[in-house]
Design a protein around this ligand. Structure first.
Ligand SMILES: Cc1ncc(COP(=O)(O)O)c(C=O)c1O
Length: 146
């Protein structure tokens, strides 16, 4: 039913193992961090951010690494800033787009270039995960938002 809804209303194709049902974005992110973080693991949180993300990280005994995004960049995460933030302890990048509160969005190609120009592709091999929160992004063109 969920897969059919996204196919029909949003033109998005998902497989059953890509669908999670929960009581809200915060609960799903909380579950994900609680079940994957070891004490001291790092979670990169681009700022401005939804207020709960650093506290959820702390509750899971992780360390929030806040990376401030600049207004002159449209509050988008700079690839170089991401590079600097990634360490051997990085486990998650919380990339919220369209961002609440800044409204920043990313094109698919700008996400790809951020991934390839940063060490995120290396760190993906160490199994960090990216949370994509808030399904409102599905109401936008897939070419314009992730
Ligand atoms: C970016 C972002 N993260 C998390 C939340 C919280 O989501 P929920 O109420 O589904 O837990 C919101 C709510 O608007 C949000 O905008």
């Amino acid at each position: 039913m969920i897969i059919e809804k996204f196919r029909r209303d949003n033109g998005l194709a998902y497989a059953p193992d890509e669908v999670i049902v929960g009581t809200g974005g915060k609960q799903i992110i909380f579950n994900a961090l609680m079940s994957t973080l070891e004490p001291g693991d790092e979670v990169i949180v681009p700022a401005p951010y939804w207020v709960s993300y650093p506290d959820i990280t702390l509750l899971a005994e992780g360390r929030p690494v806040v990376v401030t995004c600049q207004s002159e960049d449209g509050f988008k995460l700079r690839p170089e800033a991401l590079d600097q933030a990634i360490t051997l302890k990085t486990r998650w990048l919380v990339l919220n787009a369209p961002n609440n509160p800044s409204g920043a969005t990313y094109t698919r190609s700008s996400i790809s270039s951020r991934a390839t120009s940063s060490r995120i592709s290396d760190s993906i091999q160490r199994k960090p995960c990216t949370i994509r929160s808030k399904p409102c992004a599905t109401r936008m063109s897939p070419d314009h938002a992730l």
